[in-house]
Ligand binder design. Structure first.
Ligand code: HEC
Ligand code: HEC
Ligand code: HEC
Ligand code: HEC
Length: 330
């Protein structure tokens, strides 16, 4: 290995840090145990996962012309080695400095890296096994707010350079009911049938999903610095998430839920942009982020205290078709 002056090395490292942003906290490679460890007990969930785009991206992404195009524009030679792409497309496992890409978007990127909680979450003799595992980082399907936050961290693409220079799409039109009940469905704790979520759960997924969509679209735009596809796309996301929440507020009868949804809409501070010669600066970044924090608090409250039985008024808004086809156990 050739020696490099320390300053060059430091600035190279800084460049990497700036270009990639923070990795998702729940996917700490040193705490990832790998999908095989989960599938040892969750066989049917594993079979369903292998039919998902989340799984297939591992073999397919680097071969796609669109991926090569994005990589080319960003000067990336190896997609599987580039932390910007790894952060959202792959699972990386191993000690700091020695982590290797082992799979696509696998179990632990959604339920959190398992090293600390796996041995706790399945001990049914302990009446608090799920709550105890959650204290160790487990993301349970019972906490819809956390579950949804995870989806939107990847599915809103909060990376301006990746979008404006690389040409990556600004995110997905992810609606939590349609997007969890289609190809993503892996609901086997009750037996071999891949059952759809109950109507009550769907209402909760729908409401909390819309709230979290708005939160992450605000978080995404808050750091923007230039005009371009990124700002346009994030603004479109904010407008459409707000419009969907207004439809929800219009359906809900007067009461606590309607008041909370209106408070979410009111907290969505519009990003103000000022031209300064170099492009665009979001002048009210702190206010936008404070709004996102208020929305986050309301979303957590809804997730923890609302009951689907009280949200029947939303049924006409729920999607009638799912994103992809659910897996059927043989
Ligand atoms: C030794 C067997 C075993 C292993 C290994 C295991 N699980 Fe589980 N898991 C279970 C059992 C049993 C339950 C059901 C617990 C219950 O009924 O409350 C469960 C429940 C769950 C649930 C639903 C919990 C809830 O809040 O309702 C999730 C999600 C889950 N496991 C994910 C995982 C993931 C991800 C991994 C790998 C990191 C994993 N499991 C590894 C046995 C296991
Ligand atoms: C912040 C998360 C995130 C990062 C970072 C990211 N992606 Fe993606 N990417 C996604 C998501 C989510 C989708 C799926 C969108 C969908 O299907 O709705 C996607 C889809 C794609 C697609 C498919 C688009 C198509 O037209 O078929 C390509 C290609 C792609 N990403 C390449 C890359 C490359 C190359 C990198 C690294 C330079 C990268 N992505 C970094 C989240 C990310
Ligand atoms: C892309 C995110 C994602 C991935 C990847 C993922 N899960 Fe899940 N998992 C979820 C969501 C969301 C739910 C709740 C779905 C619902 O409410 O219908 C869930 C629910 C579960 C449940 C509870 C199911 C039940 O019957 O109640 C188990 C167990 C589970 N996952 C295990 C796994 C295992 C094992 C893997 C890997 C083989 C995995 N998950 C991969 C997001 C994910
Ligand atoms: C670690 C990042 C990450 C997380 C977390 C994540 N996804 Fe994804 N998701 C992706 C990427 C990347 C793709 C696209 C893979 C490809 O096309 O190569 C994708 C694709 C999908 C698809 C297929 C979309 C299509 O075009 O048909 C669905 C559905 C989906 N995700 C739902 C979810 C849901 C629901 C959650 C949360 C429970 C979630 N995802 C969490 C990264 C993520």
């Amino acid at each position: 290995m050739t020696r490099r002056p320390l300053t060059t090395l430091v600035s190279a490292l800084l460049l990497i840090a700036c270009a990639t942003g923070p990795a998702l906290a729940q996917s700490d490679p040193s705490k990832i145990t790998g999908p095989e460890a989960c599938i040892a007990c969750h066989k049917l969930e594993g079979a369903a996962w292998q039919e998902m785009k989340h799984f297939k991206t591992f073999d397919e992404l680097h071969r796609r012309p669109e991926a090569k195009d994005i990589a080319g524009k960003l000067g990336i030679a190896n997609i599987k080695n580039e932390s910007t792409c790894v952060q959202c497309h792959y699972t990386s496992m191993g000690a700091a400095g020695a982590a290797k890409v082992i799979a696509g978007v696998s179990c632990e990127l959604c339920h959190s890296a398992g090293a600390d909680w796996t041995k706790v979450h399945n001990v049914k003799e302990n009446a608090n096994h799920i709550a105890d595992a959650e204290k160790l980082g487990f993301i349970s399907p019972g906490n819809i707010y956390k579950l949804a936050s995870n989806c939107f961290q990847c599915h809103t693409i909060p990376n301006e350079k990746l979008v404006n220079t690389g040409g990556h799409q600004v995110g997905s039109a992810l609606e939590l009911v349609a997007w969890t009940q289609g190809e993503m469905r892996h609901h086997f704790l009750g037996g071999k049938t891949n059952t759809e979520a109950t109507p009550d759960r769907k209402r909760m997924l729908y409401l909390v999903g819309r709230v979290v969509d708005l939160e992450y679209s605000l978080r995404g735009i808050a750091g923007a610095v230039e005009r371009g596809a990124f700002v346009q796309g994030m603004n479109r996301r904010i407008a459409s998430a707000t419009a969907e929440l207004q439809k929800i507020a219009d359906k809900l009868p007067d009461g606590a839920a309607k008041t909370d949804v209106l408070a979410v809409i009111a907290a969505a501070v519009k990003p103000a942009a000022a031209a300064d010669g170099t492009g665009l600066k979001i002048t009210n970044k702190d206010a936008v982020l404070a709004g996102a924090k208020t929305i986050s608090d309301l979303g957590q409250k809804m997730s923890a205290t609302y009951k689907g039985t009280d949200l029947a008024a939303l049924d006409s808004l729920l999607p009638t078709a799912n994103q992809g086809t659910p897996f059927t156990a043989p």
